[in-house]
Design a protein. Structure first.
Length: 237
């Protein structure tokens, strides 16, 4: 039979051994457990280029996602050019975030990034000094969840000039205003009358038809410009 002292010593020995065994097992577990996976960094780059440089300006956008900042930037410029852009410029490169690039009718460009795509787009638009025609040209996220932008649609057809008429001493005044944004040479033509004139971009030209005798009837007037636009109007004179 073991004495009280022997039983106490034996119990203490087993307790210490158990503690040491548990500690040892914990160390082994820490050494053998695989380290948590770390997601690779991803960069998204956005570029903008011009399709039409005359106000209202039309733009093309390009984007690319890569593991390196340089590769993303090169890819965005290439994508922008493939979408019809000229003079493409990188506007923003973001790491593990979303990004957006915006422009307005005058060709001003700004880029911004944020974890939220909608916030990045809002930031980019708000950074433009002039908000006329402000819009996001291209946006996306570094996660790759947003596909590259599709090829930009061709610009809308140019608008023909407007014309208003005013009776003046000795004849008629036709006030012609360009809406195409392109300087052109135009021709004003109606029954038994034709005259050529230059029409600078976004400006107004006053064409005086003098002398002219009122005949108190409707006249159909056609204005044709060499930028591919034309306008037909009617005036009573």
């Amino acid at each position: 039979m073991l004495s009280t002292s022997q039983r106490r010593n034996g119990f203490q020995g087993r307790t210490i051994a158990a503690v040491l065994l548990a500690a040892f097992a914990g160390v082994i577990g820490m050494v053998s457990a695989p380290a948590p996976a770390h997601a690779a960094d991803a960069y998204i780059a956005l570029a903008i280029g011009f399709i039409n440089e005359n106000p209202p300006v039309t733009m093309a956008g390009g984007s690319a996602i890569s593991a390196t900042q340089d590769q993303a930037g090169i890819g965005a410029l290439t994508n922008c050019q493939n979408n019809g852009g000229s003079h493409c410029v990188t506007q923003v490169i973001a790491k593990n975030e979303c990004a957006a690039a915006a422009s307005n009718d005058y060709g001003e460009m700004k880029g911004a990034s944020d974890p939220s795509l909608s916030v990045a787009e809002s930031k980019a638009r708000s950074m433009l000094q002039n908000q006329q025609g402000a819009k996001v040209i291209v946006s996306g996220c570094a996660s790759g969840s947003t596909p590259p932008p599709p090829p930009t649609q061709p610009p809308a057809p140019k608008q023909g000039p407007t014309v208003s008429f005013q009776t003046i001493v000795g004849g008629l005044l036709a006030r012609i205003t360009d809406r195409s944004g392109v300087t052109s040479q135009c021709t004003y033509a109606t029954d038994n009358f034709s005259r050529g004139f230059g029409l600078p971009a976004n400006s107004t030209y006053d064409l005086k038809i003098v002398p002219a005798i009122p005949q108190f009837r409707n006249w159909t007037v056609t204005i044709t410009c060499d930028n591919g636009t034309s306008t037909t109007a009617t005036t009573y004179f």
